[in-house]
Ligand binder design. Structure first.
Ligand code: PEP
Ligand code: MG
Length: 880
């Protein structure tokens, strides 16, 4: 027998239809479930399967599909006792798309299909309501014309508004029949002009046209773009649902509404929703008329309301989730038109997960409850958001650090810090930030930069502090006392609002909604920890004791990356400069000795905050010139002949250390090899900190990490020096117990990971640099100007600095994991690039075999949940 493409809602499937979303689409699966399993009052109909759509996309309209649709239509007609488009008593149908995943951008809904010049009269006679029939007809021509035939919706609206005005009608419901007749006539003429042939009168042609339009809409640019973003495969196809119409706009004993089985904003028990008397589905959603709260149905339609609440209960118990339900009442009779799992806020999500675990009727398992909360939900709870964006958007940059902030604009770190001191709320606006700006960043509510990407200084620091940031807003042109976007000028002291979760920048103050953290969040995260225990760890990137403590409070299981260069800033800078400028070994040694004491205290703080947990300390990574003043400043001073001796030496050093491509220059282990004193000093400081922690009864678990290696010889050399220092302080046994590993940050390191694993006890993937070097995309330069355009044009599906690029960077990670483990079975594998906090990347890394991910402290709760989801997803695939 040929393939079967069409299924009635009450078809006896072998499996419960709600599991057949692949075949029937989400909407069709639930319609079938409600009809055949729950036997709810659903208007009858049938679903043209996704298989038919797939066939259509590859080979055109499938052979035999017409016959099958005709057969199911006849059955529907028999059941309803009416024929589609019958001039005397027409059956009318709705046609809706329904893919496996709900998808904006696809054809939505055509109602009242089957009306034409003759059947509209039949409908008028049958309902004894000519106005109703004409209104249905004009709605149909309008919807079909716009959605199926592609005529501009505004052209219909213009005609409609003109005639409404002419008729002196204040509301749509007051438009008299003769005006409606004129509107229909003009609509039909408009369509004929625009498409070059008459509006299809034949109901069969209308039906097939609508079904084909649904198929076609699967490949509309908007639908494609959505799928790309959401990673929905392009070859799933959509189903088409054809359903007998019921009329909520029939009279005042009719109505329509949308309800949730519980409150989707707060998770509270009890039905929640909107309702309209004498209206059709789209009137509720379109917001044209003031809706009533669902409870108002209790008085107006007591029987239907009681029945609806019973159905809500049954649906919730059956699906074991909060459901969203569309319904219609036609002359006091209740019909359910659609149901799906309800969308919810973060607050509702965690509350529902816990409540439904405890509910004896539902009893979600802990794993199921964890699966019901998404990383976005958690993110929503942890950061302030804007209640609404009710001002024009000035520009959009990269969403670098989540949360919303409002404040006055200042352009330098000093100004920002001073204004904050005066009690002002501040947004620091910079071209880009550098370590010299951190005091201004600390004082600000939020940070906006014109340049830089998701792993630029501003982004990394802001995320570390949980501070909202928008970076790489390339339309922002910064002047002395103002910045411009096009013609808009924002002056120093003006108020702006920025949203680090979306990248939006708005002039003026938007209303802030602080994140509220309900107790249920900790409960769900605790369950998430159970799910991922022993499978995927979560550590934090933290450089100070304070950050480490916070990370631990957020649930971090150690530090995956302590960037020691952050300890070289602030009041340490003069000592660091002394070490760099030293002209003889003694001078260098004395500066380094001073630094060593400071570093030792830093490490003691870190190890204390993370007592009993692993702390990975990375030896110095950035190029040395980052610790020197900018060349231009010194050159100007030199030209004016006002440099001190020290400054003249600085200038010399800056020139000596300046590089054309610093990110590919003397940094990481390369610098470590050229200036052995630095790594030796750091290793000794670590050993002394370990001794100190042990002396007071602590349990320090330090791991030493060497950045930017490209082969085993580098590691062997530097590792040898590190070991010497450790042994000198701790003795051979204790020194031996400290693992020395490396970061995998260059493509070469990934490709020769087996060789590197001969000397490295662990790998930590520095996916920021690995992405930079694999793409050859400067992490500080390309994102702002390039990413948006690349994504819009479809050159890249995603920003690879945000979500790891699976094809190349991800491939290197997977390959390095395999090679490394082949060499050393117990090789520990982690990720400490910014991707460690990105849920999609976390899933990828888990599948690649990493043991833990590490991210900024504020991101740890999201990563804990994302890690649990990664485990659940992998288990599902392997049938656990
Ligand atoms: C990385 O490159 O991914 C990394 C974590 O190191 P950094 O961002 O400090 O270069
Ligand atoms: Mg790096």
């Amino acid at each position: 027998m040929s393939v079967r493409y069409v299924f009635d809602f009450d078809h006896a499937h072998e499996r419960p239809p709600k599991e057949l979303r692949d075949l029937l689409g989400g909407k069709g699966a639930n319609l079938a479930e409600m009809t055949s399993v729950l036997q709810l009052p659903v208007p009858p109909g049938f679903t043209i399967s996704t298989e038919a759509c797939r066939r259509y996309m590859s080979d055109g309209w499938p052979e035999g599909l017409d016959d099958e649709i005709a057969h199911h239509l006849r059955r529907l007609e028999e059941r309803m006792g009416r024929r589609l488009g019958d001039p005397d008593d027409p059956l009318l149908v709705s046609v809706r798309s329904g893919a496996k995943f709900s998808m904006p951008g696809m054809m939505d809904t055509v109602l009242d299909l089957g009306l034409n010049e003759r059947s509209v009269e039949g409908l008028a006679r049958q309902t004894s309501d000519r106005r109703f029939a004409l209104d249905s007809y004009r709605r149909f021509v309008q919807m079909y014309g716009r959605i199926v035939l592609g005529v501009d919706g505004e052209e219909f609206d213009a005609i409609f508004e003109e005639e409404k005005k002419k008729a002196g009608a204040a509301t749509d419901a007051e438009i008299p029949p003769d005006a409606l007749e004129r509107i229909v006539e003009r609509f039909l003429r408009l369509v004929a002009e625009r498409i070059g042939r008459p509006f299809p009168e034949d109901p069969w042609e209308q039906l097939i046209g609508a079904a084909e339009a649904v198929f076609r809409s699967w490949d509309s640019p908007r639908a494609k773009a959505y799928r790309q973003r959401e990673r929905i495969p392009d070859d799933l196809g959509t189903a088409v649902n054809v359903q007998a119409m019921v009329f909520g706009n029939r009279d005042d004993r009719s109505g329509t509404g949308v309800g949730f089985t519980r409150n989707p904003a707060t998770g509270e028990r009890g039905a929640y929703g909107d309702f309209l008397v004498n209206a059709q589905g789209e009137d509720v959603v379109a917001g044209i008329r003031e809706t009533l709260p669902l409870q108002a149905m209790g008085e107006l339609f007591p029987d239907a309301y009681r029945e609806l609440l019973e159905i809500f209960d049954r649906l919730e118990r059956h699906y074991r989730d909060m459901m969203d339900v569309e319904f219609t009442i036609e002359q006091d009779r209740l019909w359910i038109l659609q149901t799906r799992v309800g969308k919810r806020t973060g607050l509702a999500a965690v509350r529902l997960a816990v409540a439904m675990h405890e509910d004896p009727e539902i009893r979600l398992t802990r794993r199921e409850a964890v699966g019901r909360v998404t990383p976005e939900h958690v993110d929503q709870l942890l950061h302030p958001r804007f209640e609404r964006v009710d001002r024009p958007v000035l520009t959009k940059g990269l969403a670098a650090s989540p949360g919303a902030a409002v404040g006055r604009v200042y352009f330098t770190a000093d100004e920002a810090a001073e204004a904050a001191e005066r009690g002002e709320k501040v947004i620091l606006v910079r071209e880009e930030t550098s370590p010299e700006d951190v005091h201004g960043m600390a004082a600000a509510q939020g940070i906006l930069t014109a340049k830089g990407g998701l792993v630029s200084h501003a982004a990394v620091v802001a995320r570390g502090w949980g501070k909202p940031a928008v970076v790489g807003a390339s339309e922002v042109e910064i002047g002395d006392d103002e910045f411009r976007v096009g013609d808009t000028v924002v002056r120093r002291g003006d108020v702006i609002s920025i949203d680090g979760s979306t990248g939006l920048v708005v002039v003026g103050e938007l209303p802030l909604a602080e994140g509220t953290v309900p107790d249920e969040l900790e409960v769900v995260l605790g369950w998430a920890d159970e799910v991922r225990a022993g499978r995927l760890g979560v550590r934090a990137n933290a450089d100070t004791a304070e950050d480490a403590r916070r990370a631990r409070e957020f649930g971090a299981e150690g530090i995956g990356l302590a960037r020691t260069e952050h300890m070289f800033l602030g009041d340490r800078l003069p000592v660091v400069r002394r070490a760099i400028l030293a002209e003889d070994p003694e001078e260098e040694a004395s500066a380094l000795a001073e630094l060593r004491e400071l570093q030792r205290d830093d490490f003691v703080g870190l190890l204390e905050a993370m007592d009993g947990l692993p702390v990975t300390i990375r030896l110095l990574d950035p190029p040395l010139h980052e610790f020197l003043p900018p060349l231009e400043e010194l050159v100007v001073g030199e030209a004016q002949g006002r440099l001190t001796d020290d400054e003249a030496r600085l200038l010399h050093a800056v020139r000596q250390w300046s590089e054309a491509n610093p990110m590919l220059g003397i940094r990481g282990v390369r610098l470590g090899i050229l200036r052995p004193g630095i790594y030796r000093m750091q290793a000794r400081a670590i050993a002394e900190a370990v001794t100190e922690r042990k002396r007071v009864g602590g349990d320090p678990r330090v791991e030493i990490m060497i950045p930017l290696a490209v082969n085993s010889a580098e590691l062997e050399l530097v590792g040898g020096w590190v070991r010497e220092e450790l042994e000198a302080v701790l003795g051979p046994d204790e020194a031996d117990a400290i693992p020395i590993g490396t970061m995998i940050e260059t493509p070469r390191a990934a490709l020769v990971a087996d060789e590197i694993a001969t000397v490295a006890a662990f790998f930590s993937f520095g996916t920021n640099d690995l992405t930079q070097m694999t793409f050859g995309f400067s992490r500080d330069d390309v994102e702002g100007p390039l990413m948006d355009t690349y994504q819009k044009l479809g050159v890249l599906a995603e920003n690879p600095f945000e979500t790891v690029d699976r094809d190349a960077v991800g491939w290197l990670v997977r390959r390095a994991c395999e090679l490394g483990r082949r060499q050393r079975a117990d090789l520990k594998l982690g990720v400490c690039g910014e991707h460690g906090g990105d849920p999609a990347s976390v899933e990828f890394f888990f599948r690649a075999g990493v043991d833990y991910v590490s991210c900024s402290p504020f991101r740890v709760p999201v990563a804990r949940l994302a890690a649990a989801h990664a485990v659940l997803g992998a288990d599902e695939d392997t049938g656990v």
